[in-house]
Structure formats: structure tokens, C-alpha cells
Design a protein around this ligand. Structure first.
Ligand code: C5P
Length: 401
């Protein structure tokens, strides 16, 4: 098993007094599960919404609740710890705390703590939408952004007041993805640009039907996430519609057809270091999509669909990038994969037998054999897709170095 993605990282989590403070407990738990050490600091208002004991029990550390208590050795120790933090996350950040952080308001514990933390700041505002939209809040956020803070925008939705608007604390997946992105910026792929494709293309038959395949997009999304965690700038060209969310910090382009994917890849590979094509591209598309829904009223009960070949996207890329392909096979896995590596001019191809239950479409694990242009063959064991992603990126990194 590889190390959890946030192991060795210390995160100071500032919690301010919004009803969303209860979500910070779940955030704490998830950051801990990802291997981070979490030091929680709460404003007095936050401590009225959620007991500090909740965070203390989760983190096994005293919670900083009063930075100004003159006799508090704990606070002094833990401020020292805060100074070693890798990230300072404020979630939820109220309008009041945003203002305090923007202007270093004396007397506000969050602002005092922020002064002692030199790590990147990630702010996750949560407040009533009229407070969020207020020019004062927007100006404060702009000021903080200018100073380098990363703002995780709140979501639209139902607010505690019962009104609907933009002000709900961002989804925890987005907050965690942003933390991982920010912490990964100094990773071993920092400065690299990687283009990843994911999902099965959809080739329209008529306005309501398309031809597709069983690709879930999981492998490509895992590669994008792993590359993001290691500091690469990632462009993910994916066919997977929401709710499959792309990792935060990844530049996502959504496409449907092979031709759209080809155009998006051609544009994205300019200046990139590597192209990893995990997408299952349809080999054929209907010659022309019918402009209206095809009816079943034809006399002989037979519908003929003429298909034409799609271009081979990988083979068509001649930019100087490390090209990585996948070969989803049902038989003669290695021979077929080797032939594809040569035809498409690849540095590496990851071959898998998609008929195996733990390998291929929709599984969370994959068992791939990596074939190198040099002829080397490495058979990897069955692993979670995120670990397969890291293994491939290790090989890509070695080629780039
Ligand atoms: O030829 P085959 O479809 O098996 O090759 C698989 C690899 O080639 C995958 O990496 C896939 O993304 C890529 N491919 C492509 N364009 C196509 C078909 C496949 O880039 N038209």
C-alpha cells in the first residue's frame, strides 16, 4: 500500500462561528484519514456551535480556543505547532472572520493565528448570500486572494435562513481536493503539464441516442487526481458527465465524441510534457447523426446504421510529449498491446484484461502490465486505480527526467 496522500502534512484548521461549523468535524475526520496531522483552532463563536471536545476527540490534540489566555501554555505550544503548518484552512469562514483576516483585526483569534502561520491559506466562506455578495465581503476576499489566499467558493443552495442563494460551505470533496492541490504544488511533478483523457466517447445516432462503451472514466480521473497531488498542472479531457466530479485544481474539458476529444487533445498537448490517454475512444461513429429521432415504423423491421472510422487520437498526436496509452483487451493481451504501442508511437502502454472482475471497466481496482517502448515488461499486481495511476506517473516522471 502506498502512503496516504496527506501523510507527513500538518494542517491548521480554523473554524469560525457559522452553522456550517458542524461540517468542520467531518472535514477534520477526512483530513485525518488521508494521513494529515490536524490542529484545530476555533473562534469563541464557533465553540458555541460545536464543542471543542468534538475536535479534540477526533484529533487527539487540545483545540486552540483562546489565544489570549495569559496562562495558556497549551495555546503557546500549539501556536508554535501552527508555525510549522503546511496549510492553514479556514472552514467555515464567516463574513466576520474574512474581514478580520483581511485587515488583521486585533483581538480576533483567527487573525492572530494567521499572522503566525506562513503556510498557504485556504479560505472556505460560508454565510448568508447577502453577506457573501456584499461589496465589503467581496473586497475582503479579493484582498486576501491578492495576498495569495486560495478561496474555495461557497455553493448555491438552501441556506440556514431558509433562503436560497450562494453561501453554503463548499462540498467537502472540493475543499479536500483544493487542500491536496495546494499541498501538492511542491511535489515531484511540479512544473510539468500533463494531459489526461477519461471515459467512453459518445457517438450520436440521433438527438436522443448515442453509441458508447462501458468505460466509467475512473482510471483517467484517478490519473488526473494523482498527477494533481504531485504538483503537475493537469488538463483532464473527460466524457463523464456530472455527478462524476473531476478533482479540484484540475482543468477540466468536457467532451462527448471522439472528434471533440481529438480537437481538445490537439489543443491541450501544445506545450505539455505528457499525454495519458485512458479514454475508451469509439473506433466507429454513425456516418451522420439523424437530425430527428429515428422512428421504428420501417416496413421490414431492420434498421441499418452506417458507421465510419474515427481517427486514432493518440497516433495523430505528433507533439513532442511522452505518450501513454491503455490497451483494454479480452484476449492475447500482451501481443495486442505491443502492436498498439508501436502503431501509435507510445512510450508506455498499460495493458489489462477487461474480462477479469478486478481489472478494467467500472472496477475500483486494476491489474495492468506496463510495456515500455524499450521492450521492458512489468506485470503489476491488482491495485486500487489511484495506485496504478501513481505507478504509471512514476514511469512517466522517469522518462521526463
Ligand atoms: O486501438 P485501441 O482502441 O485498443 O487503443 C487504445 C488506446 O488508444 C487508448 O489509450 C485509447 O485512448 C487510444 N485511442 C485513441 N484513438 C482512438 C482509439 C483509441 O487515441 N480512435
Amino acid at each position: 500500500m502506498s502512503r496516504p496522500p496527506l501523510s507527513g502534512k500538518t494542517i491548521v484548521l480554523g473554524v469560525s462561528g457559522s452553522i456550517a461549523a458542524y461540517k468542520a468535524a467531518e472535514l477534520t475526520s477526512r483530513l485525518l484519514q488521508l494521513g494529515a496531522a490536524v490542529q484545530v483552532a476555533m473562534t469563541p463563536a464557533a465553540a458555541r456551535f460545536v464543542a471543542p471536545l468534538t475536535f479534540q476527540s477526533l484529533t487527539h490534540r487540545p483545540v486552540i480556543t483562546d489565544l489570549f489566555a495569559p496562562t495558556s501554555d497549551i495555546a503557546v505550544d500549539h501556536v508554535a505547532l501552527a508555525q510549522q503548518a503546511d496549510a492553514f484552512v479556514v472552514a467555515p469562514a464567516t463574513a466576520n472572520t474574512v474581514a478580520a483576516l483581511a485587515h488583521w483585526l486585533a483581538g480576533n483569534p483567527g487573525a492572530t493565528l494567521a499572522l503566525s502561520v506562513s503556510a498557504p491559506m485556504i479560505l472556505c466562506p460560508a454565510m448568508e448570500h447577502n453577506m457573501f455578495d456584499h461589496p465589503a465581503t467581496q473586497a475582503n476576499l479579493a484582498l486576501l486572494k491578492q495576498r495569495g489566499a486560495v478561496i474555495v467558493e461557497p455553493e448555491e443552495g438552501r441556506l440556514a435562513s431558509g433562503l436560497v442563494g450562494k453561501g453554503r460551505l463548499a462540498d467537502l470533496d472540493v475543499i479536500i481536493g483544493t487542500v491536496r492541490h495546494v499541498l501538492g504544488l511542491s511535489g515531484d511533478l511540479a512544473g510539468r503539464r500533463i494531459v489526461v483523457t477519461a471515459g467512453g466517447t459518445r457517438e450520436p445516432v440521433d438527438p436522443v441516442r448515442f453509441i458508447t462503451n462501458r468505460s466509467s472514466g475512473k482510471m483517467g480521473h484517478a490519473i488526473a487526481e494523482a498527477a494533481r497531488d504531485r504538483g503537475a498542472r493537469v488538463t483532464l479531457i473527460t466524457t463523464t458527465p456530472p455527478p462524476v466530479q473531476a478533482a479540484a485544481g484540475v482543468d477540466v474539458r468536457r467532451v462527448a465524441t471522439a472528434l471533440e476529444m481529438q480537437a481538445a487533445v490537439a489543443e491541450a498537448v501544445r506545450g505539455a510534457d505528457a499525454l495519458i490517454m485512458a479514454a475508451a475512444v469509439a473506433d466507429y461513429r454513425p456516418a451522420a447523426a439523424a437530425p430527428q429521432k429515428i422512428k421504428k415504423r420501417n416496413a421490414d423491421g431492420v434498421l441499418e446504421l452506417q458507421l465510419v472510422r474515427n481517427p486514432d487520437i493518440l497516433a495523430s498526436v505528433d507533439a513532442p510529449v511522452v505518450k501513454v496509452g491503455f490497451a483494454a483487451e479480452t484476449e492475447n493481451v500482451l501481443e495486442n498491446a505491443r502492436a498498439k504501442l508501436l502503431e501509435k508511437g507510445l512510450a508506455i502502454i498499460a495493458a489489462n484484461d477487461v474480462t477479469a472482475p478486478d481489472s478494467g471497466f467500472d472496477a475500483d481496482t486494476n491489474r495492468v502490465t506496463i510495456i515500455h517502448a524499450s521492450g521492458d515488461v512489468e506485470a503489476l499486481p491488482t491495485m486500487p486505480k489511484i495506485e496504478v495511476a501513481h505507478a504509471l506517473l512514476d514511469r512517466v516522471k522517469a522518462l521526463l527526467d
